[in-house]
Design a binder for this molecule. Structure first.
Ligand code: ACO
Length: 419
């Protein structure tokens, strides 16, 4: 990390210039260490949306957005997606290494032992309306887990954090399934840890969705989890904050929003109406965006989208849905957008959510459940990042500063005298 390079900031207001250390990561852009800036100069930096700010150091996931590269613990996503299953990837993200056969058996057993949720959870569920959005339910249920596991709430105890990690990874699928069963008014099914595989292609597709969503460095929901946990709250509360952030359509909610968008274009008249829709997207006075397109970091193809596109073809062929009108529409939309100067000049490419929705819909997963599926896959990333933060001796409560632009101090006028 340390490096002899320095950056010098000079000021035009008479403040003495300051020399700041430049830190080097294992790979990727260097980072200017500004921690002493305020103490020395009395000035803050300004970077809404963190366009140029590294908020932490991390050794979990690396993205090179210009190359379209994604590595978990150094392994390319393409190799993981084709050679490993989701629980192997969870082990990698959580503990830093792929498991050997004995470690895998042990890890799978530990996860499987925790798939059941407390019976009281179903009474908690009853408080929700049947038509509640699954992400509303998930935000409540995951936060609610902290009421059930007081024995694994201490964020500063590594063993308790590990137990919480396994509980969260194991229970999220059960909670998502409960949210679904509740929404359709059917009885819950207790987790069955040994199922016979009905269709290899569909199982592989789901596993791939999980692997591709398992972690993605300091994205909005992960940063939310880190920020929330930095106060010392318990892991369940911090992950619930991540679930809430993920729900937004600019982030994990994009998969649902993308499928709804495809449905709307289909209703407007399908492929024929793509031009009209793209005109709306490009109109700066409209708020319409091409959902499933664009990414803060990827300015080249999203490598996850490439893999998901492949899976999309496999699943639709397997299910005899090659002529599925939504898929055809998505392909036509992608082609037109990739040739249009608006998208080309802004380096907007399809992201993973452009395809994951089509795959999930083909498998039979209801559209409102898509983001909850994303949440269950991302849980391992959230918890690994949280663990990494707590173990980092440099970690502090996250507390951004601001550029205040409101009223300066003034005096209260008695109500009778206010005009
Ligand atoms: N459709 C139309 N225009 C877009 C889109 C889009 N999907 N995405 C970005 N742009 C345009 C913006 O209008 C802006 O244009 P301008 O320079 O003329 O003002 C330019 O591209 C840059 O966009 P920003 O919003 O500044 O980019 P930012 O990095 O802040 O946002 C984001 C990234 C949120 C992902 C954005 O591309 C978006 O809203 N995409 C659609 C939602 C989506 O698919 N999200 C999923 C992301 S992947 C994930 O979280 C799993």
């Amino acid at each position: 990390m340390s490096n002899n390079e320095k950056a010098t900031i000079t000021f035009s207001d008479g403040t003495p210039s300051i020399e700041l250390p430049v830190l080097k990561g294992a790979v990727g852009p260097d980072v200017i260490d500004i921690r002493k800036l305020y103490g020395t100069t009395g000035k803050f930096t300004y970077d809404p949306g963190f366009l140029s700010t590294a908020s932490c150091n991390s050794s979990i996931t690396y993205i090179d957005g210009d190359k379209g590269e994604l590595l978990y613990r150094g392994y390319p996503i393409e190799q993981l997606a084709t050679n490993c299953d989701f629980l192997e990837v969870c082990h990698l993200i959580l503990y830093g290494e792929l498991p050997n056969p004995a470690q895998k058996t042990d890890f799978v057993n530990r996860v499987m032992q925790h798939t059941m949720v407390n019976e009281q959870m179903q009474f908690f569920m009853r408080g929700f309306r049947r038509d509640a959005h699954p992400m509303a339910v998930m935000t409540g249920l995951v936060g609610g887990l902290s009421a059930f596991y007081p024995d694994s709430m201490n964020l500063h105890d590594a063993r308790q954090r590990d137990i919480s990690a396994i509980r969260l990874i194991a229970k999220m699928p059960t909670l998502v399934a409960m949210a679904y069963k509740y929404s359709v008014g059917q009885p819950y099914m207790y987790p069955r840890n040994k199922l016979s595989v009905v269709n290899d292609v569909l199982v592989r597709a789901l596993d791939r969705i999980f692997i591709l969503h398992a972690d993605h460095e300091q994205n909005a929901s992960t940063s939310t989890v880190r920020l929330c946990a930095s106060s010392g709250t318990n892991p369940f509360a911090a992950i619930a904050a991540g679930v809430a952030c993920l729900w937004g359509p600019a982030h994990g909610g994009a998969n649902e929003a993308c499928l709804n968008m495809l449905g709307e274009i289909q209703q407007m008249g399908g492929v024929e109406k793509i031009g009209e829709f793209i005109t709306k997207v490009k109109d700066k006075n409209s708020t319409v965006r091409l959902m499933g397109f664009g990414h803060r970091v990827y300015k080249n193809y999203d490598p996850r989208a490439k893999l998901m596109r492949e899976t999309c073809h496999e699943v639709l062929t397997e299910l005899g849905l090659g002529d599925d009108p939504l898929f055809k529409l998505a392909m036509a939309l992608e082609k037109i957008a990739l040739e249009d100067d608006y998208f080309v000049s802004r380096k907007l490419y399809p992201n993973v959510d452009f395809y994951s929705g089509i795959v999930q819909k083909a498998i039979g997963i209801p559209v409102p459940l898509f983001t909850a599926i994303f949440a269950l896959a991302r849980t391992v990333g959230w918890i690994a990042q949280l663990n990494e933060m707590i173990a980092d001796p440099e970690y502090k409560i996250a507390r951004p500063r601001q550029l205040f632009v409101g009223a300066t101090q003034r005096n209260v006028v008695p109500i009778a005298k206010r005009g």
